[in-house]
Design a protein around this ligand. Structure first.
Ligand code: ZN
Length: 61
């Protein structure tokens, strides 16, 4: 048989409903919690972690 199997098919559209959001990164299917207001999963969220180390306490002089 030939030509019956499609090659690489693009992913079927992800069923994203109100309660099943996934990361907006195309290759990421990580589901987002409904409580997660972000549009990306934690792995792709650029979080500016507060750095308690380093120059946080700038000398006021
Ligand atoms: Zn992600």
């Amino acid at each position: 048989m030939k030509g019956t199997r499609p090659g690489r098919m693009p992913r079927p559209s992800r069923a994203v409903d109100a309660s099943g959001r996934v990361c907006e990164v195309p290759d990421c299917d990580t589901r987002l919690s409904r409580y997660n207001a972000r549009s990306r999963c934690w792995q792709h969220t650029e979080i500016a972690f507060p750095s308690y180390r380093g120059r946080r306490l700038a000398p006021d002089a």
